[in-house]
Design a protein. Structure first.
Length: 130
């Protein structure tokens, strides 16, 4: 049986403290939740840059940019524009901004053409017609 002495309690407290520090600095940053929260912070910071570019152009009034919890935290670009050329312009603006996280597009034109794409530099955008 372990004696409850001041020394034992001090050792036990030190061990708990060491485990807590180990968890906070080694285990937690590798958890999916921590990565998602970090990606959401990056997406929020980057979305303000893109919003400024979109506010200058009246064609992009109905386009919303912001963080999205899907795909482990990413940037969402969705809304409605007039033409396919506007969709291409939006994707060019967003892609040229070098976003540090994945990007999800959900853009609709007046003729109901929609673009969905997860940001992946090895693939081309997929055009899906409804």
């Amino acid at each position: 049986m372990i004696k409850t002495t001041r020394k034992t309690l001090l050792l036990f407290s030190a061990a708990l403290y060491a485990l807590a520090v180990l968890y906070i600095f080694v285990v937690y940053p590798r958890l999916p939740l921590a990565k998602q929260l970090q990606n959401l912070k990056l997406a929020e910071a980057h979305s303000s840059i893109i919003r400024e570019k979109f506010q200058k152009d009246a064609r992009f009034q109905k386009v919303t940019v912001g963080p999205y919890t899907g795909a482990g935290g990413c940037l969402s670009v969705h809304g409605a524009v007039s033409t396919e050329e506007d969709i291409r312009m939006i994707t060019n603006i967003v892609e040229s901004s070098h976003c540090p996280v994945k990007i999800v597009y959900s853009l609709t034109t007046s003729n109901q053409m929609t673009l969905f794409r997860w940001y992946d530099k090895s693939k081309d955008p997929e055009w899906i017609r409804f």
